[in-house]
Design a protein around this ligand. Structure first.
Ligand code: UD1
Ligand code: CA
Length: 460
């Protein structure tokens, strides 16, 4: 079904940014990715992305699924389409042209435009919208019979045209043959000295071809992003869409205004999200969990029935029925089994923790393999780094580690072993043994009393 042309070569001067506009992120994804996703959802298999500004960066970000057309100089949206067309092999058919800076556009709306375009047999169908404040957009000027006369850019518009509130959304369907035939007739004779794609409307009209505008049901969807305020509003819009769909699927979200969920996050039924929760990237959360308040989870997987309170997680995996926090930090490669307890001020990195193990307070566990039913006492630290290399700590099933112990890696604690509190373990402890590695206690009878007496005598 036809081709897509996505215009993404502009710099986005009004963003005041080193990043090209279309690579600014909303809801954890690049702006232009939403456009591509909407285009794909209409069944368009082949899209040409017009790149120019930071072309390499845009291509690297979007990957190999698309054809790229390089627009070396950004001479306008019409010029961008001219650049894209040689990539289309078919002679006949239709193309959907979308600006890369309208991330709120939905697939259903593109589908409606496409259907309308085919039904009306138009040479060009423009998606328009009625805006309360049309400032900045190209205005739609209709003929008496309601077909289109032209599109006038804001900067070129006369006072009576500026008063029109039907605007060009920057989304169009074109008959491919007609587009090819007339695109090179566009002239850069306007306020900005650019080749405007919008001039195709009057050009095609002058050839006696049918040009129509189809009004979008929801103007919010069609908003283009040109500056950071619009970026933030669009981000909020996408977030609220995501939150509504999660609530429809049975997730409780206590305060949607204080909950931040990226578009690709998946959450199971009857999970409750408390305020201050950020769920980012490819995070997946099971059913019946309580997440938050004040929790930040990125690219992590959490099972069912977990409680996560005031925690930060990055690329971590958590089984079922785990209890995490408050104030826990799971770093990349942290893998918890089921029913694991990770309490306050515990950091875990690149370590697997077996079922029913407990690390309740003030610990660092890094580069460790921890079996099931292990108890890691308060203040235990894996000393995994010698300043140059990292080493492994192996703690087998059922080990009990007394509080404030240091495990100097590489080291192994065998099944069911005990470590006395305050130990610095540097050698293997065999299964079933007790290790105590600390200075032996020596008591001096009456020493403190004598010392205090000496001090009192000195003062007199
Ligand atoms: C454009 C339309 C305007 C419409 C608005 C909708 C034109 C002349 N104007 O204006 O009628 O109301 O979108 O949001 O088309 N781009 C290129 N190469 C270029 C220039 C632009 O690829 O040489 C890309 C940009 O990266 C951007 C898109 O085209 O993604 C739109 O460009 P922008 O400068 O934002 O156009 P507007 O002024 O918003
Ligand atoms: Ca724009």
């Amino acid at each position: 079904m036809g081709y897509g042309i996505i215009l993404a070569a502009g710099k986005g001067t009004r963003m005041k940014s080193r990043l090209p506009k279309v690579l600014h992120k909303l809801g954890g994804k690049y702006m232009v990715q939403y456009v591509l996703q909407a285009v794909e959802s209409v069944g368009i298999k082949e899209s040409i992305v017009v790149v120019g500004n930071e072309a390499r960066m845009v291509q690297d970000a979007l990957g190999e699924g698309y054809l790229y057309a390089l627009q070396e100089e950004q001479l306008g949206t019409g010029h961008a389409v001219m650049t894209a067309l040689p990539n289309i092999k078919d002679e006949e058919g239709h193309v959907l042209v979308v600006c890369g800076d309208t991330p709120l556009i939905k697939g259903v709306t593109l589908q409606k435009l496409w259907n309308y375009h085919l039904k009306t047999k138009s040479a060009c169908s423009v998606l328009s919208a009625l805006l309360p404040d049309p400032t900045g957009y190209g205005r739609i000027v209709r003929k008496e019979d309601d077909t289109l006369l032209k599109i006038v850019e804001h900067k070129d518009a006369l006072a009576e045209e500026l008063a029109l509130n039907e605007i060009n959304t920057g989304i169009y369907c074109f008959d491919l043959k007609v587009l090819r035939e007339f695109i090179h007739d566009i002239k850069p004779e306007n306020a900005q000295g650019e080749y405007y794609l919008t001039d195709m409307v009057s050009l095609l009209g002058a050839q006696g071809l049918v040009v129509n505008a189809f009004i979008a049901d929801d103007f919010e969807e069609t908003q283009g992003i040109n500056n950071r305020s619009q970026l933030s509003l669009a981000d909020k819009n996408l977030r609220m869409r995501k939150i509504s769909s999660l609530m429809e699927e049975g997730v409780t979200i206590i305060d949607p205004d204080a909950t931040y969920i990226d578009q690709d996050v998946i959450i199971g039924q009857d999970t409750v999200l408390e305020p201050g929760t950020f769920l980012r990237g490819k995070t997946v959360i099971g059913s019946d969990c309580i997440i938050g308040p004040d929790t930040d989870i990125t690219d992590s997987v959490i099972g069912n029935g977990c409680k996560v309170n005031r925690a930060v997680m990055v690329e971590a995996q958590v089984g079922d029925l785990c209890n995490i926090g408050p104030f826990a930090y799971l770093r990349p490669g942290a893998e918890l089994g089921n029913q694991v307890k990770v309490g306050d001020f515990v950091e875990i990195k690149k370590s697997r923790i077996g079922d029913q193990s407990k690390i309740p307070h003030l610990s660092y566990v890094g580069d460790a393999q921890v079996g099931g039913k292990v108890n890691i006492g308060c203040g235990t630290i894996t000393c995994n780094y010698d300043g140059k290399k990292k080493f492994q700590t192996i703690i087998e099933e059922g080990v009990f580690i007394g509080s404030n112990s240091n495990l100097v890696a590489p080291v192994k604690l065998g099944e069911g072993a005990y470590v006395g509190a305050g130990s610095t373990i540097t050698k293997e402890v065999l299964a079933g043994d007790l290790a105590i590695a600390r200075g032996r206690q020596v008591n001096f009878a009456g020493w403190a009393i004598k010392k205090r007496n000496d001090w009192e005598n000195e003062q007199e």
